[in-house]
Design a protein around this ligand. Structure first.
Ligand SMILES: Cc1cc2nc3c(=O)[nH]c(=O)nc-3n(C[C@H](O)[C@H](O)[C@H](O)COP(=O)(O)OP(=O)(O)OC[C@H]3O[C@@H](n4cnc5c(N)ncnc54)[C@H](O)[C@@H]3O)c2cc1C
Length: 396
């Protein structure tokens, strides 16, 4: 299908080459195996190993720490191509993005040296945990606590207690960047603080959540029971609070948008191919406008969502965080909607085959739906746009 796989913004030869390399990798290595991966329902170790060898875990991490040092706009194209290859394969690298991003932005030099090279080569990956069962969307209500405990040698340790839910990829991660509430020793006020928690720490336990989504990545409930951490497990300024945390959310939303546009392209490609081949009356079913028009609509909606995603990443790369914030929310919304509609139309185009395991289309309904819920729900984006873009009163 006529989809320009390069962003509309200026690209260097290196950026173009990497996008092209990932497109080919998706075409030759991932797409032909997608059905087998669906059927096997197991972690696609060989593909993930190839992704590590290609350096895809460290695309935006500076070269001095083992990464490629490329911009978010390039990364967005990579994520879209991977996600077009197979449902959620991009999640395998996306999960670690927010941790690596916050480390780059707020970590000390020592912390960057310690953790970033492992994320780049895939030997020390880092999941991210903020969501809690009782707080849900309202992250101000998290109750995981971090208490400072004085040691006899005059030093201190942090002690973490709490529970996180829907945390992706914990089984494959070496660390989890956990958001907890710590009490300010001076003011007594509670503030969110970021901690790197090793998954083998005493008191850390993860239990997988049975999900309906077809994904190489599992979701987990994480239990933190008196997990003791050294003082330097804290990333960023203890007083940086929500500002630091929210700085990582825009790029995460932009990536979630490219995950959705990739899935949408996959669904549409399959639907168009089927509509050209399947004949029940005279000629292929794609000759009926009832089939053709919804697919044409999807093509338009996907291209619009991709354009907004590229705008968001271009603004982010240019350092315009305010404008990038609004664009990131809009891109995430538009991409998730385009993906849900494309999946629905693709299933309908396939008729009964659309819900057989053989054709593997029905799984897209749940996968695209996840893009409407995480990392931020459609409703919270509409709340954001009502309030920040339109100046309407806060509704939550
Ligand atoms: C596949 C998947 C992977 C995930 N991975 C991670 C991860 O790695 N790390 C992590 O920390 N979290 C992760 N999450 C959690 C995800 O970010 C949350 O599911 C999401 O933020 C929504 O929270 P909730 O599920 O508790 O829904 P709730 O907060 O319970 O909301 C339920 C519904 O009510 C709506 N709602 C709530 N409040 C309002 C309001 N004020 N106005 C309008 N509507 C409202 C919501 O939009 C939603 O539709 C993941 C979730 C999924 C599904």
């Amino acid at each position: 299908m006529a989809v320009d796989t390069q962003p509309f913004t200026d690209r260097t030869d290196e950026q173009r080459a990497i996008c092209e390399m990932v497109r080919q990798f998706a075409d030759e290595q991932i797409l032909p195996n997608a059905e087998r991966y669906d059927a096997e329902d197991s972690y696609p170790e060989p593909i993930v190993e190839q992704m590590k060898e290609l350096g895809l875990f460290g695309v935006t991490i500076p070269e001095e720490y083992g990464g490629m040092g490329l911009d978010l706009t390039t990364y967005v194209m990579i994520v879209e191509e991977l996600s077009r290859g197979w449902i959620s394969i991009s999640g395998v690298i996306n999960t670690h993005f927010i941790g690596s991003y916050l480390l780059q932005k707020y970590g000390t030099e020592e912390q960057k040296q310690r953790w970033l090279p492992g994320i780049c080569d895939g030997t020390g990956t880092m999941a991210f945990a903020i969501t809690e069962p009782d707080a849900g969307t309202n992250t101000h209500n998290i109750t995981t606590t971090a208490r400072r405990d004085a040691l006899p040698n005059g030093q201190s340790e942090w002690v973490l207690n709490g529970r996180k839910i829907y945390i992706s990829g914990v089984d494959e991660a070496d660390n989890v960047l956990v958001v907890a509430r710590a009490e300010d020793a001076r003011t007594g006020k509670v503030k969110p603080v970021l901690f790197v928690v090793p998954t083998d720490a005493s008191g850390f336990e993860a239990k997988s959540i049975p999900m309906e989504i077809v994904s190489p990545e599992l979701q987990f409930t994480v239990f933190l029971d008196d997990v003791r951490l050294p003082a330097d497990a804290v990333v960023g300024d203890e007083d940086g609070g929500l500002v630091q945390l929210f700085a990582g959310l825009n790029p995460e939303r932009i990536m979630a948008a490219s995950f959705s546009t990739g899935l949408a392209r996959f669904a549409l490609d399959r639907a168009v191919q089927y509509a050209k081949e399947r004949e029940v009356f005279q000629g292929p079913i794609g000759g009926h406008q009832a089939i053709a028009h919804p697919l044409a609509q999807s093509h338009i909606e996907i291209e619009l969502a991709r354009l907004m995603t590229q705008k968001a990443s271009a603004l982010y790369d240019a350092g315009d965080d305010m404008a990038a914030g609004e664009a990131a929310n809009m891109a995430k919304y538009a991409a998730a909607e385009a993906a849900c509609d494309a999946a629905d139309r693709a299933v309908q185009t396939h008729g009964g085959n659309g819900i057989t395991q053989e054709y593997g289309m029905a799984g897209l309904l749940v996968a695209t739906r996840a893009g409407r819920i995480a990392p931020v729900s459609r409703e919270m984006i509409l709340n954001f746009v009502s309030m920040h873009s339109l100046g309407l009163p806060k509704s939550y």
